[in-house]
Structures are given as C-alpha cells and as structure tokens.
Design a protein around this ligand. Structure first.
Ligand code: ADP
Ligand code: MG
Length: 495
C-alpha cells in the first residue's frame, strides 16, 4: 500500500512524498480512509506510530484554505504543540494551509495575530481555554483533534477540554487519539464523539515491534552498578533512564556525572525555558543521557534515542508503554531495558501480560565480557583511523628514546585506560538464579494466596538495609567529589 491509494488532494500527496514517507503506517492505513469519509473516530496506537499524519493528512486534504480556522488540534504540552505544528506545516504549506501554535507562557497578541491567518491551530488546553473564555478569539473549526488524549487527562486537563468544547460548533468532525484507553478516555469519547469509528492497532502492533524489550534481575543495591555496566556494554547513542521519583533522578544524575557521562536530569517542575534548552542539548548531542520521571518525559519526542532504561520498573503497564515508546521512533529500532529485583518478578510478568509482548530475560555481562567487546571495537576503530601528520611527528619524537613496540604498548595502554570497565565482575542474577527466584516468587504467591497479580510492596529487612546502602552512597558522592569507592569512579578518566 502507498499514499497514492488514498484519495488525498494532490498538493498533500506531494508533501508526503517530499517528507520521504513511502508506506503508510498501520494506524495511517486504517484512519485516513475513515477520516476522509467524514467519520468521527477514536484511535488507539502507541507513540511513534505516525498518528500526526494519520489525522493531519486527511483533514488538511479536506480543507479549503479559505482564510478561516478550519482545524483545531489539542495536545498536552507546548513541545508537542510545536512538533505537531512543524509536521502539519510541512504537509500543508503547498496547499496554502497555515498553522498557528498556541500555548501558555508567551504573549497573547502574537498568538492571536497568527490565529487570524491560520487554517489550523495546534493548542495546549490551558491557553486555548483562556483565549476562548475571554472572547479573544472566535473559531468554528470543522475538524477537531484531541491528540495524546490519555496524557491530557493524566495531566489533569479534563475540565479545560470539556469547557473548550462548549465553544466549538456542534457540526464538526472530531477525532481522538490515545496510546491507551482507560475508562476516563472512553467516557470522554462518549461525550464528544458522534457515532465514532474505532481504530485499534492490535496489541502486537501497539508496542512498536522494532523495540526489543529485555529485563535484567539485580539485587536492590546493585542497580547503580548494573546501570553503568549496561551503558558501557550497550554504548547507547542517546538514552533515557526512567526513575520513579525526582529525588532518584537527582541522585542518578550526580552518580553518572561523576562517572564521566554527559547526563542531565529532566524534571516535571523545570522551568519551560530551561527544559527547552536541555532538550535541545539532548537533540544536538551535548547531552547523551536523560534521567527523567514519567511526568517529565511526557510528550518528549527525540529521534535517535537508541535505548530506554527503566532504573525501576514502572508502577503500571501504561507508563511502561509510554516510556518505551520514547525509543524506536520514526521506524527506527530501539531497545528497552528494565532492571528488576527478585521481588518485582511478578510485576514484570503482569506488565508483559498487559502489554501483550514477551520480554527476554538477560544476564548482565561481566566486566571481562564488556572489556573484550570494547577491545574488539577498538581494533575495528584502529583499522579505520587515518594517520595524521602530527601523529607521525609524535612517533618520530618518541623513537628518540623508545623502540616502536614499546611505543605501541604505551599508546594502547593509554587508550585502554580511558575505556577501562569498572566495577565488580559479576552483577545481578544469572539464568539459574533467576529461575530460582521465579520459583520462590511463585511459592510465596501460592502460600500467601495473593491472587491479585500485583507484587505486594513489602519492605522486608533486607530491603531496608539496601535502601540504607543507597543513602550512604549518596552521601559519599557529595562529600567525596563524586568518587564512589564501590565501583572505582571514573571521573578522572572520562569527560
Ligand atoms: P505519534 O504521534 O504516533 O507518536 P508521529 O506522528 O510523531 O507519531 O510520528 C513519528 C515519526 O515518524 C515522525 O518523525 C514522522 O515524521 C514519522 N512518520 C510518520 N509516518 C511515517 C511514514 N508513513 N513513513 C515514514 N515516517 C513516518
Ligand atoms: Mg503524536
């Protein structure tokens, strides 16, 4: 199937070809014909599956570019507004369709000017409601889209959304997109949609199949070491590490910075400006690692995120789906890696079942294994390196005092020292130990008769001790210049 199979306006088809899209994604294949037929629609599909084009292309194809606001797209965050706006502008510019982006924190007058010239508005709920309520703008869009509806509800925008709809014409085509379909979403759909068609990309397609999912079983106190080892081993281009709490984000940022990684935290309560600067640095490669909470990473769309790490398993399956959807975007492949303690094995099984995918159980590579892998990379890199004039002169100088083999040994040692893998050799559980842990967790479940499928959040004594261990290592960081004696620290080697 190609985009020419749809009945899209010529100028729009042209833009799709220019964007380099060849094959419509599953959600696009299903949604585009339904929207062109004039139906209301509720569509469920995982992030990164091309929902913007799924609604953008058909509604823009039906627009007349008559100078009025014909389309309204409501999105949860300012970033998403800018992003969706960019994509829609690209599709619509040849058709004479202008976009206006509407969000809080900037001047009203500029936005109102833009809205006067726009065919499509992309807006966050708060600012849009302000503009409508105060009569600063009057619009009667024929097409209304709620994008990432579940996130908007999670962020507490339900009242704003309901209120916005009181200002919109009854005669309209309404589309709702959501990665997940909790009850609140279905209820809202009943209120704002009329005879909607449902598009649900089935579970195996919901989680982007290009994302491989793995988990590693570690003891509580091994999480930091496991994380660093895995980053060393996987060598991610860009990665996001998810934590449960802001406190943990801060601690991990300090820890990883001390290890020489280019890392930054992403907080829900960061100022918008600061947040944008940080995200830009991440996009441009000034930062390789983001440590974030679920809330902070909402709507974050950065291409080339090769790995998502769950430092802790998320509390529910929906967060899991959202988190791993930050990688594998735009048809690229990605890896989602989750650290679980033996106590959390049942939680991971439940998430596997909910999400409908199978994750593979992996064993954390030993220090020697990572070292060998790095040595192989190094050999390949040496083979590719071109000899420079400066290098020839350097070797000439060295040869005054040393023979050529000694020089080679010294240079190799220097490079390897920079790449040295730290930490204890074995981290986490091996396959046999994981199997045992599974057995234990099943026994516990049947003997205690806890049949509800959710791992009980008990804090046993060992757990408490390990938490204490975490705290101690934090203190060490602050007082000891970031050197963690447990795994050597590498602040002096990297960065
Ligand atoms: P979603 O809204 O589902 O999270 P997006 O609409 O943001 O996904 O699309 C994710 C990325 O995939 C964007 O960079 C977009 O340009 C690209 N994309 C969308 N549809 C296609 C397609 N059919 N072929 C190639 N790339 C696509
Ligand atoms: Mg989207």
């Amino acid at each position: 199937m190609t985009f020419t199979d749809f009945n899209l306006k010529e100028s729009i088809q042209h833009a799709v070809a220019e964007a380099g899209f060849t094959e419509p994604s599953p959600v696009q294949q299903e949604a585009i014909p339904l929207v062109l037929d004039g139906h209301d629609m509720i569509a469920q599909a995982q992030t990164g599956t091309g929902k913007t084009a799924a609604f953008g292309l058909p509604i823009m194809s039906m627009m007349e570019a008559d100078g009025s606001v014909e389309g309204l797209v409501i999105v949860p965050t300012r970033e998403l507004a800018m992003q969706v706006s960019d994509e829609l502008y690209r599709f619509g510019r040849n058709a004479g369709l202008r976009t206006a982006t509407v969000y809080g924190g900037t001047s009203y007058s500029k936005q109102i000017d833009r809205i006067r010239q726009a065919s499509i508005i992309i807006a966050t709920p708060g600012r849009l409601q302000d503009l409508l309520k105060s009569n600063m703008i009057k619009i009667s869009p024929k097409f209304v889209v709620l994008d990432e509806a579940d996130e908007m509800l999670d962020m507490g925008f339900l009242d704003e959304i309901k209120n916005i709809f009181t200002f919109l014409p009854k005669e309209r085509q309404t589309l709702m997109f959501s990665a997940t379909m909790p009850k609140a979403i279905r209820k809202l759909a009943e209120e704002i949609l009329e005879n909607p068609k449902t598009v649900s990309i089935t579970k195996s397609e919901t989680t982007n199949t290009k994302i491989t999912q793995q988990y590693y079983v570690v003891q509580e106190h091994e999480r930091d070491d496991a994380l660093v080892r895995l980053i060393d081993f996987k060598n991610p281009n860009k990665c996001i590490i998810f934590c449960r709490m802001k406190k943990e984000v801060d601690r991990l940022v300090a820890h990883l910075t001390a290890q020489g990684f280019k890392v930054s935290g992403l907080h829900g309560d960061m100022e918008q400006k600061q947040r944008e600067v940080t995200i830009r640095a991440f996009k441009q490669g000034g930062i390789d690692i983001f440590v974030a909470t679920d809330v902070a990473a909402r709507g974050l769309d950065v291409n080339d995120v090769t790995h998502v790490f769950n430092y802790h398993i998320p509390f529910d399956s929906e967060s899991y789906v959202h988190r791993i959807g930050r990688t594998g975007r735009g048809g690229k492949s990605g890896e989602a890696i989750t650290l679980v303690s033996p106590n959390e094995l049942r939680t991971i099984k439940r998430i596997e079942k909910d999400v409908g995918t199978q994750m593979s159980t992996e064993v954390i590579p030993t220090r020697v294994e990572v070292q060998n892998a790095k040595a192989n990379e190094l050999i390949a890199k040496i083979a590719e390196t071109e000899v420079t004039e400066a290098a020839i002169n350097l070797v000439k100088t060295l040869q005054h005092d040393l023979d050529i083999v000694t020089i080679a040994h010294l240079l190799a040692s220097m490079i390897q020292g920079e790449n040295a893998v730290k930490g204890k050799d074995k981290i986490g559980l091996d396959h046999a130990e994981i199997a045992k842990a599974f057995e234990r967790s099943r026994d516990e479940k049947s003997s205690k008769n806890r049949g509800r499928g959710r791992a009980p959040r008990r804090r046993n004594d060992r757990d408490r001790n390990e938490r204490g261990g975490d705290r101690r290592s934090k203190t060490r960081h602050h007082s000891g210049g970031g050197r963690d004696s447990r795994n050597g620290g590498r602040g002096s080697n990297r960065g």
